[in-house]
Design a protein around this ligand. Structure first.
Ligand SMILES: C[S@@+](CC[C@H](N)C(=O)[O-])C[C@H]1O[C@@H](n2cnc3c(N)ncnc32)[C@H](O)[C@@H]1O
Length: 399
């Protein structure tokens, strides 16, 4: 992932891991990664509940902005149908009298919402929801993902506007340090009203009642040419406007790798640069991402680059049961929302052990300080191929 040369990455041990080592605890890391559990809630949300699992924003607790949002909605005694465009673990559905319409783009969040019996809808900003819910709910809730950039937050606001009927109310939450005031100004201009009604540390909640008026446009995708590929970067997708330096190092380092006719998995594909690059070199590619917006981006990248491949919306390998690959390529994530979390990256490496054919190879790139060698050693002997610009490329051949 992107980062400068001087990297200070504090790595939290996974729950249950032993001190002095990065090894996964017994019995099975996969079972632990897939496990649904009640989210840890702050005392002020007593009486409410949500499910969570690794990979969901806020895990093992809940997202701070969502916590404040729900507090405000509880105080307002909101009841009836509520459209939640960033449902995460379904916290809003536990408000008494609320019927939740849960929308999510994150595969881990969709899994917990389904587990909770909430029949969520997988969608991204700009999707038309009227086929699913012909009548719009009068209350809409949204947590701005300011950490996903300006274009994504504006797309979220436009989407919330399109889905709030005139006279309906939007509860908008976000982080002051991630541009909340700016986005509220934009939202208020579109809605015709709006004021910040709650503050807690850096978290904010605004309430907007929609007056008649046009919906702002959803920002267009960005794009670039790199490594022989035309990348289509939809708003909010990792490295949407230019190649990530770590990814570029990985692809430069693998320039001589023969991928012709090989089955290649791009795990955590983002906009699809790695997978499209492999397809252009004759590989049969599968691209996977937990984020639906990234899946749509990667599909567009394959098409724009004139190559074919399958793109799958999946929490790591949860939708890849029984599949095997010759090669896995990855620049694993180490953030979920605002926090540095390595559960997902560790699961990427565990998945490599499950998905590679014997003799198959995984190549991944990471910031130098990230302790990936030990979990990768479970796949096979680890070799550091190159170290440059604050990153390292690691390889393991499945024994
Ligand atoms: C560092 S980015 C790399 C993106 C792309 N491969 C590149 O090099 O530009 C990591 C990607 O992993 C995805 N991701 C995060 N959690 C995931 C999960 N649980 N399962 C699958 N993909 C995930 C993110 O959405 C993001 O696109």
């Amino acid at each position: 992932m992107t980062s400068g040369r001087k990297q200070k990455i504090r790595v939290a041990r996974p729950p249950g891991a032993r001190r002095g080592g990065d090894a996964e605890p017994a019995p099975s890391p996969r079972a632990r990664y897939a496990e649904m559990q009640p989210a840890l809630l702050p005392p002020r949300l007593e009486g409410l509940s949500a499910l969570t699992k690794p990979g969901v924003r806020g895990y093992p607790g809940i997202d701070d902005a969502q916590a404040l949002l729900v507090q405000v909605m509880r105080k307002d005694r909101v009841k009836g149908d509520v459209l939640d465009l960033s449902a995460m673990g379904g916290l809003l559905g536990s408000l008494p009298g609320v019927t939740l319409r849960a929308v999510e783009g994150s595969a881990p969040a969709l899994a917990v919402l389904e587990h909770a019996g909430l029949t969520p809808l997988a969608a991204v900003p700009g999707d038309d929801l009227s086929g699913h819910w012909p009548e719009r709910a009068r209350t809409v809730a949204l947590v701005l993902a300011g950490d996903r950039g300006n274009a994504y937050a504006h797309a979220q606001v436009a989407w919330a506007h399109a889905n709030t009927p005139p006279g309906g109310t939007l509860y908008l939450a976000g982080d002051r340090d991630k541009g909340f005031d700016r986005y509220v100004r934009a939202a208020s201009a579109a809605f015709g009203t709006g004021e910040t009604v709650a503050r807690d540390g850096g978290m904010r909640v605004a309430k907007l009642v929609r007056r008649p008026g046009p919906t702002p446009p959803i920002p267009e995708p960005e794009g670039y040419e790199a490594h022989g590929v035309t990348v289509v970067g939809r708003p909010g997708v990792f490295s949407a406007a230019k190649p990530d330096r770590a990814t570029a190092l990985l692809l430069d380092d693998l320039a001589d790798l023969d991928l012709s006719g090989r089955t290649v998995l791009d795990l955590g594909c983002g906009a699809g640069l790695i997978g499209a690059w492999a397809a252009r070199r004759g590989a049969q590619v599968t691209l996977v991402d937990a984020d639906l917006q990234s899946v749509r981006s990667a599909e567009a990248t394959l098409a724009a680059s004139g190559v074919t491949g399958e793109v799958i919306h999946s929490d790591v390998d949860s939708a890849l049961a029984g599949r095997q690959f010759d090669v896995i390529l990855s620049n694993p994530p180490f953030h979920v929302g605002r926090g540095v979390v390595l559960d997902v990256a560790r699961e990427f490496m565990a998945a490599a052990g499950r998905l590679l054919r014997p003799g198959g190879a995984v190549y991944l790139v990471a910031n130098e300080p990230l302790p990936y060698e030990q979990p990768l050693a479970r796949v096979g002997t680890v070799r550091e191929r190159v170290r440059a610009g604050g990153f390292k490329v690691l390889q393991a051949i499945r024994s």
